[in-house]
Design a binder for this molecule. Structure first.
Ligand code: HEC
Length: 279
């Protein structure tokens, strides 16, 4: 354990710079992007950050590309398609909420003014099911990951374009909450997301190279070899909290939705390319 801490702590010098930022979201976003452009000038074009750690690891990338030729998430897409097209007891289906092919990835996450909260795609899927008298799905894997894989697949190439409407201060507050989460140290190991995914990105944590956070929200859900199955973005958030021995928050609870709002805003301009395969 000591070794891990030493490895990671190595890169923490200079941490205060971005954490102390008082600028608005747009300035934050530009500084965030610039940070990664400067740190990884070899990532060209910049859109390649959508490929997570493989954008910065040429050796691992080849292996990953060969995996993507016979993608392990293919079955999930097929399963998701069936669920998506399945007729509910009331005669409707998910199509009634998300259109013929569910290619709505670019609409999420977004600020819902009426309800004063961040809406995510997974939450919207469950709300659609419940509004039609169907049982909601569990958020981290299984059927939910399958439906979201199908919808993400049909949405490939759409661009992240998260807005923080200026006519509702609660939207900015949700963004600030997500931002604070990203930069706040937690858990017994006392790490912030930013400690690993900004300031030690590209370095090793245990046997894994830590990915840049720029691009984090593009590629979900993911088939992860370690899981041997699909998982959603909030499952991954919870996994990273486990790793630093912090109590994970509830998938699709306010904390993780606000965090998703923040990291998605930071990645505005990148393309959605989910689902994806990861180690
Ligand atoms: C102790 C270091 C550490 C901390 C702290 C940490 N992570 Fe991670 N995270 C990792 C490692 C290692 C991986 C697996 C390799 C990689 O980065 O893709 C990972 C993977 C991820 C991924 C998946 C990337 C992909 O392309 O599949 C996301 C998203 C993520 N982390 C988000 C977060 C968020 C949000 C936080 C804060 C709540 C956080 N992480 C905190 C080390 C960390």
């Amino acid at each position: 354990m000591k070794k891990i801490i030493r490895n990671v702590a190595f890169g923490l010098v200079g941490l205060s710079v971005s954490a102390a930022s008082v600028a608005g979201p747009e300035e934050d976003r530009q500084a965030f992007r610039k940070f990664y452009e400067n740190r990884f000038p070899q990532v060209q074009p910049i859109g390649d950050f959508q490929n997570g750690v493989y954008s910065i690891l040429p050796a691992a990338r080849e292996q990953w590309e060969s995996i993507e030729e016979f993608p392990p998430y293919e079955l999930a897409i097929e399963e998701g398609e069936k669920i998506f097209n399945k007729t509910f007891a009331n005669g409707k289906s998910l199509k009634d909420c998300f259109g013929e092919d569910g290619a709505v990835r670019e609409q999420y996450p977004h600020w819902n003014k009426e309800r004063g909260m961040v809406m995510t795609m997974e939450l919207a899927i469950n709300e659609c099911l419940e509004a039609n008298g169907e049982k909601p799905l569990k958020y981290k894997k299984g059927a939910m990951a399958a439906v979201s894989a199908y919808m993400a697949y049909n949405s490939r190439g759409q661009v992240i374009n998260v807005e923080i409407p200026s006519d509702d201060p609660r939207a900015l507050a949700a963004y600030e909450d997500g931002k604070e989460h990203f930069y706040t140290k937690r858990g017994q190991l006392n790490f912030a997301c930013a400690d690993c995914h900004m300031h030690t990105s590209g370095m090793n944590y245990r046997s894994e190279t830590v990915s840049p956070a720029f691009g984090h929200p593009t590629n979900w859900p993911v088939y992860r070899a370690k899981w041997q199955e699909m998982g959603t973005l909030h499952r991954r958030f919870a996994g990273c909290h486990d790793n630093i021995r912090a109590n994970p928050f509830k998938a699709q609870g306010e904390e993780y939705r606000n965090l998703e709002y923040f990291i998605s805003y930071m990645s505005n301009g990148l393309e959605f390319n989910g689902p994806a395969a990861r180690k």
